[in-house]
Design a protein around this ligand. Structure first.
Ligand code: G3P
Length: 225
């Protein structure tokens, strides 16, 4: 399972990359807008942090298929072949996906609120499909359940695709889909830090350190006692 950062803040991306096992970075137009920076400038900086092996997800912003395809060509030209273009799962988006498939440009289906959107994007050749878990929950439906249905529809039909589940607001939502064996999740830095934040863990580690100091003396560790 791949684990990605859903953000464009380069300081946060650097920190998360340093501490956690991360496979890539996903962005969307709203995430890029929060940086207040020129989009290709910030995306190139992210590319330099994650390297050529890291998957970078960048969304096309046109409403019509032709514009999406044109954007996709530019995005890949600027940011490299391990960049996947996010295409919203609208009728125009599906049309664009079919063209991108022909051109060999890697893409994912995004803005997914229903299982059928996810299935259709996978059938168009999307490498990933991105259901918005928390946004679906906020509409009064079950984002985890919709995501599982998409995962099952892809698996049962033998499609070469998988989830890049997105829009998480807590660690339980992330864990539910990790346990289900989805292809990937993308999670904001704050939620990632929250996955391991636990007062009981901190207290346990502090106690170990204190006990060991009592044995070998202040400042000493297993490396120098
Ligand atoms: O990138 C799309 C998705 O991650 C949106 O998340 O937090 O805006 O619902 P959010």
């Amino acid at each position: 399972m791949k684990f990605c950062i859903d953000d464009a803040n380069v300081d946060k991306i650097r920190r998360i990359y340093e501490y956690y096992p991360v496979d890539g970075v996903s962005t969307n137009p709203s995430i890029l807008a929060k940086t207040g920076r020129e989009p290709y400038e910030v995306l190139k900086e992210i590319r330099s942090i994650i390297g050529e092996d890291g998957e970078l997800f960048v969304q096309a912003t046109s409403k019509e298929a032709e514009g999406m395809v044109e954007e996709a060509r530019r995005i890949v030209k600027e940011l490299g072949k391990t960049t996947l273009v996010k295409i919203p799962c609208t009728p125009e988006g599906f049309k664009a996906m079919k063209q991108l498939k022909k051109e060999g440009i890697r893409f994912i289906g995004t803005a997914i609120y229903t299982a059928m959107q996810g299935f259709l994007a996978a059938k168009c050749g999307a490498e990933y499909v991105a259901p918005y878990v928390n946004r679906i929950d906020n509409m009064g439906f079950d984002g985890i359940r919709v995501s599982m249905e998409i995962h099952d529809a892809i698996t049962e039909n033998g499609l070469d695709s998988g989830l890049l589940a997105a829009s998480f607001k807590n660690s339980q939502q992330v864990l539910e889909l990790i346990k289900y064996g989805v292809k990937a999740v993308t999670v904001s830095p704050d939620v990632i830090e929250g996955l391991v934040k636990n007062a009981a863990v901190d207290a346990a580690v502090d106690q170990f350190t204190e006990d060991f100091r009592g044995l070998v003396g202040e400042g000493k560790t297993m490396a120098d006692c």
